[in-house]
Design a protein around this ligand. Structure first.
Ligand code: DC
Length: 231
């Protein structure tokens, strides 16, 4: 039987991490976990209770509710994808909106939120055969992952991808505004005290600024083959 692997994919926002991670999982018949969706779901829960928003962050409020937040990924056969559920409610669409996107970096700086998410992620990954994408998967969640990839792309290309993605959902936002928001999130993700975004020493860098998903897949397939054959 083939060895089941843990594949950790980290990197900047809007680099195409989830698309790439999902394609690898489909190819290998593995489970794909988008950890950003977990931080987004917690953010949504806290926004609905006004613990986070325009007026600041009520950390005590967030902490008091953590035990009541349950996140699941449930397979939807109609779209052949897993969707994010927050306390049994499908929140897949809502967590991708601008409001949540603008607040999530702040919430993901709270240490207790991070430890809860990490604990859950390790539980999900315990049986291996998993592709997980995020910011701290190769550094904190699975420091012994079999394959670690750190993704990056130029800021203009990332902003264009995000712009196109939003346009596809009929959300029109100025390109420069999107770029500013991405830069702000990069700064927040790289400079938070706990588990900041950084490349694990043993991660391979993938700059996909000028690569198609197919090209990225043939790159990663070689790495997987090498890993499986033990070379
Ligand atoms: O991957 P994404 O853009 O959906 O992630 C949303 C936010 O969640 C991102 O700004 C940082 C945070 N995040 C994190 O801190 N750690 C992770 N493992 C995944 C996401």
């Amino acid at each position: 039987m083939e060895k089941r692997l843990i594949i950790a994919i980290d990197g900047y926002s809007s680099c195409g991490k989830s698309t790439f991670a999902r394609s690898i999982a489909n190819e290998l018949n593995y489970i794909f976990i988008d950890t950003g969706a977990m931080y987004r779901a917690v953010t949504l829960y806290c926004m609905r209770r006004n613990f986070i928003g325009k007026y600041g962050l009520n950390t005590a409020g967030v902490l008091s509710e953590l035990k009541n937040i349950h996140i699941d990924f449930i397979y939807n056969p109609d779209i052949n994808e897993y969707e994010t559920f927050l306390n049994s409610e499908n929140v897949e669409k809502e967590i991708r909106g601008i409001e949540v996107t603008d607040q999530v970096s702040r919430l993901s700086q709270i240490p207790q939120v991070r430890s809860l998410m990490v604990e859950l992620q390790r539980k999900i990954g315990a049986h291996k055969g998993i592709v997980m994408d995020g910011r701290d998967i190769g550094t904190v969640v699975f420091p012994d992952a079999d394959i670690k990839i750190f993704m990056t792309a130029s800021i203009d290309i990332r902003a264009k991808r995000r712009h196109d993605e939003l346009k596809g959902r009929d959300i029109i936002i100025d390109f420069e505004e999107i770029k500013r928001s991405l830069i702000a999130r990069d700064i927040a993700d790289e400079n938070r005290d706990i588990s900041p975004l950084r490349r694990a020493d043993d991660a391979m860098v993938l700059d996909n600024s000028r690569m198609t998903v197919e090209e990225q897949m043939s790159w990663v397939k070689q790495i997987i083959e090498r890993k499986r054959s033990g070379s």
